[in-house]
Design a protein around this ligand. Structure first.
Ligand code: PHE
Length: 364
C-alpha cells in the first residue's frame, strides 16, 4: 500500500487492480457484517482507492486531470457494485429473518387462566352507578385523613370513644393528627366544604379499623357513603333512597327498616336493616325453623344513616335554617356477603382469582 511519501501508483493497471480486488471482496462477502469489512477495506479512509484519491493533488498538472478521471470512474464502479451487493445481502437477510420469525396463527394456544374484576370493586362500581343514574356524583377523599375531618367536624368530640387507639389507626408521628380514615364520612365534610349547594354525592372507598381478621371482620374494608344536602330534605327522602338502593342490589320487593340508633353526625340516626333474604322473616318466633343468617331475628343490619346533624352543617358553613340533608353509609363487604352468599370475608382479601371468577357476572 503506498505510504504518504511514496508516489501513489495511479496507472490504469494499478487502478484496475484496485477495482478488481474490491469487486472480488464484495462478491465474496456473504453477510452484511462481512460486506461491512470489505467496504471499509476497499472504500474506507485507508483503502488503496482513498489513498490514491488523496495523492491526486501531488501529481503534476496535465497528468492530474487524467488520473482524476480514471479514479473517479473507478470509484463510481466500486460504489455501484457495493450498493448492489448491499441491497442483495439486505434482501436475503430480511427474507431469512421473516422465514425464521414466521408464526403459525392457526396453532392452538393456551391463553392461561382468565382473570376477573375483584367482586368488591365490581360491587362498589355497581352501587355507585345506581346513584349516577339518579344524577348524583361520585366524590372521593384521601385514605390518610386529618383527625379533624374524620372526627371533630363530624361532631365526634376529642373524648369520643371511637377516637381511642383501640379502633383508630394513627399515622406516625401522632402529633401530626393524621389517621387512616375509619369511615367514609370525612368525604361528606370535604364535599360540603368544597361543593356548591345542593349536594348529591356518593363516596365509595377503603376504610381502616384496628379490627381482628376473621370471617366477619377485616381491618381494611370498603364503605359507600351517601350525602344529600338541599332545601326541604327529610327522613322520608332518606327512606326512599335506601329502598331504591336495596331494590337495585337485592331485587324488587326487598324490605328495609330503620332502627333508632345514635351517630354524632346525624340526628335523628338509625341503623338500616334488610329483611333476611334467607328466611324472609319466617324464622321469627318459629323455633322449628331457625335461621342462621339472621339468627331468627328476621332482619340483618346493613348500615347506618340519619338526618345530617345541624352542628355538622354549621361546621361546614351551611345554614341549617335553610338547608337540611341526609347521609347513610354501608359496608361493601357486608353487602357482598348478603348479595352473593359470600360467607367468609377472608376470601375477599386473599386475592385468589377463583373467588373473583366464581362471582364473575353476579356483581354486575
Ligand atoms: N360512618 C358511619 C359508620 O362508619 C355510617 C354512617 C354514615 C352513619 C352516614 C350515618 C350516616 O359506621
Amino acid at each position: 500500500m503506498p505510504g504518504p511519501e511514496q508516489p501513489a501508483d495511479l496507472s490504469q493497471p494499478a487502478v484496475d487492480r484496485m477495482v478488481a480486488d474490491a469487486l472480488a471482496a464484495f462478491t465474496a462477502a456473504g453477510s452484511s457484517a462481512e460486506l461491512k469489512a470489505a467496504r471499509l477495506a476497499h472504500t474506507g479512509e485507508k483503502s488503496p482507492l482513498a489513498l490514491a484519491n488523496r495523492a491526486i493533488g501531488t501529481i503534476p498538472g496535465p497528468e492530474r486531470k487524467e488520473s482524476g478521471q480514471r479514479l473517479g470512474s473507478a470509484r463510481a464502479v466500486v460504489n455501484r457494485a457495493l450498493a448492489e451487493r448491499e441491497a442483495a445481502i439486505g434482501a436475503a437477510e430480511l427474507e431469512r429473518q421473516l422465514a425464521e420469525e414466521r408464526i403459525d396463527v392457526t396453532l392452538p394456544v393456551d391463553l392461561g387462566p382468565e382473570g376477573a374484576p375483584h367482586p368488591i370493586t365490581a360491587l362498589m362500581d355497581l352501587m355507585g352507578d345506581v346513584f349516577i343514574d339518579m344524577g348524583w356524583e361520585i366524590a372521593e377523599g384521601p385514605e390518610a385523613e386529618s383527625e379533624w375531618l374524620n372526627f371533630d367536624a363530624l361532631n365526634l368530640g376529642p373524648d369520643h370513644p371511637a377516637r381511642g387507639t383501640s379502633d383508630t389507626l394513627f399515622v406516625h408521628p401522632i402529633g401530626d393528627h393524621i389517621v387512616l380514615r375509619t369511615h367514609t364520612s370525612p368525604v361528606q365534610i370535604r364535599s360540603m366544604l368544597d361543593r356548591e349547594l345542593p349536594i348529591y354525592v356518593v363516596c365509595p372507598g377503603k376504610v381502616y379499623r384496628a379490627d381482628e381478621f376473621d370471617a366477619t371482620h377485616v381491618p381494611v374494608f370498603h364503605q359507600i357513603e351517601g350525602l344529600c344536602v338541599d332545601k326541604g330534605i327529610s327522613l322520608a327522602h332518606l327512606k326512599g333512597t335506601l329502598d331504591h338502593l336495596a331494590a337495585a342490589m337485592f331485587g324488587e320487593g326487598i324490605r328495609t327498616r330503620m332502627r333508632p340508633h345514635y351517630f354524632p353526625f346525624t340526628e335523628p340516626s338509625a341503623e338500616v336493616d334488610l329483611q333476611c333474604f334467607v328466611c324472609h322473616g319466617e324464622s321469627v318466633g318459629n323455633p322449628d325453623a331457625p335461621c342462621r343468617t339472621c339468627k331468627s331475628q328476621g332482619w340483618i343490619e346493613w348500615g347506618g344513616c340519619g338526618v345530617v346533624n345541624p352542628r355538622v352543617l354549621i361546621a361546614c358553613g351551611i345554614d341549617p335554617e335553610v338547608y337540611s340533608g341526609f347521609a347513610f353509609g354501608m359496608g361493601i363487604e357486608r353487602t357482598l356477603m348478603f348479595r352473593n352468599n359470600a360467607a367468609d370475608m377472608r376470601d375477599m382479601v386473599e386475592g385468589d382469582v377463583r373467588f373473583s371468577r366464581s362471582l364473575k357476572g353476579t356483581a354486575r
